[in-house]
Ligand binder design. Structure first.
Ligand code: IPM
Ligand code: MG
Length: 357
């Protein structure tokens, strides 16, 4: 097949890890006879430096004209003092919203080879866990009204959370469908004991659950979920939650797998175009040093093949290559755990994966 892929390398380690993923996608295309064309666009801090804006119109139009988008990471200390609406992070929210990507799939699974990098005890992790977090991505407090006003104690800042029936229903449907393709277990996470948006969320999820009698459905409060994830992660199959709770819980879930450098994500809307990115950030402390772990971005590339292009065999090939490199003992610095020796650089890890393909 032929595909146009927009590349948003972004800031910090973004360019290094995206380049790693692009070489893996190119090699995969070559093996299977596909034709992928990559076009870079600016986003985040580098876009601010070049154009004054974190999300130039050209970037939005370029992504809209592509079949799919691969993103590295945005942000860094250089732009931390920018006003809220001009920060690099604002570009990320802007592009998610402009492309209508309301679903964010964040798989968190324990690689047996990285067992020693997980901070959880053996008896908790057992034979491993495999969780799919379905995070709502274009609503909630991230996109609600915000600002400053006069309050009870003088000047105050405010952010608002709102969720419509439509927004909850569409993410709920994705979550139930995702569960149907997996272990048929879905846990919806909210704060319905306090928040009105959560009470509506819970009511709608309950309604949907009646259409999916095969799915074992439950709800959980977010504070309890934070605890349960480290107490017994094996109880979860698919989790569905709001934008903010999903942001927090997906970082927690990544940490118990051993490294945030391993976790990929897919952001999807109603069509096949998606945006694929590692869940970690721009790691300015190691940027430009060739130390970053490219695996999360490489696996995000595999998710693109599967979810946007329906190329399941190709995606499997990439995942197997990553598995075999890890099983052979190759590690970047972040996943060394207690292993001795010199960690691989970003480009060396990419090379190993290319060979394994
Ligand atoms: C993520 C990130 C972003 C988010 C930030 C960088 C805006 O933390 O993708 O999880 O909060 O969504
Ligand atoms: Mg986050």
């Amino acid at each position: 097949m032929k595909a146009e892929i927009a590349l948003l390398r972004g800031d910090g380690i973004g360019p290094e890890i995206v380049d790693g993923a692009v070489s893996v996608l190119r090699k995969t295309a070559q093996i299977f006879g596909h034709d992928f064309n990559f076009t870079p666009y600016l986003i985040g801090g580098c876009a601010i430096d070049a154009t004054g804006m974190p999300l130039p119109e050209e970037t939005v139009n370029g992504c809209l004209a592509s079949d799919s988008v691969l993103l590295g990471a945005v942000g860094g200390p250089k732009w931390d003092d920018m006003p809220g609406d001009r920060r690099p992070e604002k570009a990320l929210l802007g592009i998610r919203s402009a492309l209508g990507l309301y679903t964010n799939l964040r798989p968190a699974k324990l690689y047996p080879a990285l067992r020693s990098a997980s901070p959880l005890k053996d008896e908790i992790v057992g034979s491993g866990f495999d969780i799919m977090i379905v995070r709502e991505l274009t609503g909630g407090i991230y996109f609600g009204e915000r600002g400053y006003r006069e309050g009870k104690y003088g000047n105050e800042a405010f952010d608002t959370e709102s969720y419509s029936v439509t927004e909850i229903e569409r993410i709920g449907r994705v979550a139930f469908e995702t569960a149907m393709k997996r272990q048929k277990k879905l846990c919806s996470i909210d704060k319905a004991n306090v928040l009105e948006t959560s009470r509506l969320w819970r009511k709608i999820m309950h309604g949907l659950s009646e259409n999916y009698p095969e799915v074992e459905y439950s709800d959980m409060f977010v504070d309890n979920a934070a605890m349960q994830l480290v107490r017994d992660p094996r109880q979860f199959d698919v989790i569905v939650t709001s934008n903010m709770f999903g942001d927090i819980l997906s970082d927690e879930a990544s940490q118990i797998t051993g490294s945030i450098g391993m976790l990929s994500s897919a952001s999807l809307g109603d069509g096949t175009r998606g945006m694929y990115e590692p869940i970690h950030g721009s790691a300015p402390d190691i940027a430009g040093q060739n130390k970053a772990n490219p695996i999360a971005t490489i696996l995000s590339g595999a998710m693109m093949l599967k979810y946007s292009f329906g190329l399941k065999e190709e995606a499997d090939r990439i995942e197997k290559a990553v598995d075999s490199v890890l099983n052979a003992g190759f590690r970047t610095a972040d996943i060394m755990g207690s292993q001795e020796g010199t960690p691989l650089t970003c480009t060396e890890m990419t090379e190993r994966i290319l060979e394994a393909l």
